[in-house]
Design a binder for this molecule. Structure first.
Ligand code: HAM
Length: 423
């Protein structure tokens, strides 16, 4: 049996990096006042169709949707924002305190063509803020994201930012875009021809070469911003400049989801071929209302966890494997029983200890200790135990000392907790 296409196992060999990233992210987000939220991986299909948009690639062709036994249409979540908005509205969080900061980490599902950096089950580190309309929130989120990448040692990334306007200025932009497109219809793909009426902004996001060529000089949202949107965007940019966060103003950035208003951004890399976005996000001031809550501003981003791991692996930016503190070699049945109890006690004390419960030879067990990169080996042979002692061997210096069994645990704890080999 094999995993299905686009799905994969993340094996223990590579998990240290995932854990390191997660730890850094949680620590940083917590310092910025974010709280973890956990949401289901399955929701009603309608939630995603309404929020991400009927005419987006995600909703049109990438969702894992199925009818459950009662015939209700359900979907494996393709992203986290819609579910967190649903949760905010469902639990009426706005009533007690409209200002909420959340993060969540977990798997998302999109039926895209699998390739390097693109999977059908992938992981996102997702951040969402509700109830803050100020441009200071936009710059703070981009600053925080940048800080996370700096802490992870990533310097080769570029932040692309754009403003997509709001309800006020979007119609004028759409009219300009439709005027522009009217002379290019013969160059557009079938999907985009459908989108002309449904959702013309989506045409700007089409990856078909003929559409891309046709839209090369298409009007940009930036040229049609209303005064408020322009001021908002200027504040974001000024803040980022003052904070030393480098960014590129990218007029062609539209993002693949419909809910965005005003600031939108992507963090891009050249390390993953066609999959250039390591993170993406933006403001979505109309979404909470769309999902049935009171008008509440929202903003957030999601990091592609798998992509971030791959960029760091390529850079050779890997955390050190923690060595095994102690391997216990028990020779004979009596020794086995004693060693078993010592081993569990050391594990309880947080000392990474392993032993073999079989009856292998001394040579085989020492080989295993080497393979596990054990820093110390405790040898409990019959002769030593008869004198209430064991041998402790430092695998680095090859020095051996005899330790009395009575003081064994405290002595081992002292030595291994101050283990200078590990440091
Ligand atoms: P998104 O741009 O669709 O935004 O996804 C965010 C990130 O998830 C991408 O930049 C990419 O790194 C990663 N990603 C997307 N699809 C795949 C895939 N098939 N395989 C591997 N990685 C992938 C969102 O999902 C929005 N919900 C972000 C957001 C949060 N906006 C506001 N709040």
């Amino acid at each position: 049996m094999q995993t299905i296409r686009g799905f994969r196992d993340i094996l223990p060999e590579s998990i240290a990096l995932w854990q390191k990233i997660e730890k850094e992210a949680v620590q940083l987000f917590t310092a910025f006042g974010f709280k973890e939220i956990r949401i289901p991986v399955i929701e009603k299909t309608q939630l995603f169709a309404r929020s991400i948009g009927e005419a987006t690639d995600i909703v049109e062709k990438e969702m894992y949707t199925f009818a459950d036994r009662k015939g209700d249409l359900l979907t494996l979540r393709p992203e986290g924002t819609a579910s967190i908005v649903r949760s905010y509205v469902q639990h009426k969080m706005y009533a007690s305190d409209p200002v909420r900061r959340f993060f969540t980490i977990g798997p998302m599902f999109r039926r895209e063509r699998p390739q390097k950096g693109r999977y059908r089950q992938f992981y996102q580190i997702d951040v969402e803020v509700f109830g803050i309309a100020s441009a200071y929130m936009d710059s703070q989120l981009i600053f925080m994201l940048n800080e996370l990448f700096l802490r992870l040692g990533l310097t080769d990334l570029s932040a692309h930012i754009n403003s997509l306007g709001c309800q006020e200025c979007r119609p004028a932009f759409q009219t300009a875009l439709l005027n522009f497109i009217s002379s290019k219809k013969d160059q557009l793909c079938e999907n985009c021809l459908r989108r002309v009426d449904k959702n013309p902004l989506r045409i700007l996001d089409c990856k078909t070469p003929s559409c891309k060529a046709a839209l090369e000089n298409a009007p940009a949202t930036l040229d049609h911003l209303c005064k408020d949107c322009e001021d908002h965007f200027n504040t974001v940019k000024t803040n980022l400049k003052k904070q030393g966060v480098a960014f590129i103003e990218d007029r062609s950035l539209v993002r693949g989801l419909d809910y965005y208003t005003r600031t939108a951004w992507e963090i891009q890399t050249t390390a993953l071929g066609a999959q250039s976005a390591v993170a993406g996000g933006g403001r979505y001031d109309g979404l909470v209302k769309e999902i049935g809550g009171p008008a509440t501003p929202g903003i957030g981003f999601a990091i592609g966890f798998d992509r971030l791991v791959e960029v760091m692996e390529q850079m050779g930016n890997l955390p050190e494997e923690l060595p095994l503190d102690l391997f216990i070699v028990a020779m004979g049945d009596d020794a086995m029983e004693k060693c078993y109890h010592w081993s569990c006690e050391l594990n309880q004390k947080g000392i990474c200890t392993e032993m073999d419960f079989g009856s292998k030879s001394m040579k085989a067990l020492m080989k295993r200790a080497d393979k596990l990169n054990a820093q110390y080996v405790l040898i409990a042979g019959e002769t030593e135990l008869a004198q209430d002692a064991v041998i402790l061997r430092n695998m680095n210096t090859k020095e051996q000392v005899t330790v009395p069994t009575q003081t064994l645990i405290s002595e081992l704890t002292r030595i291994l907790k101050n283990n200078d080999i590990k440091k």
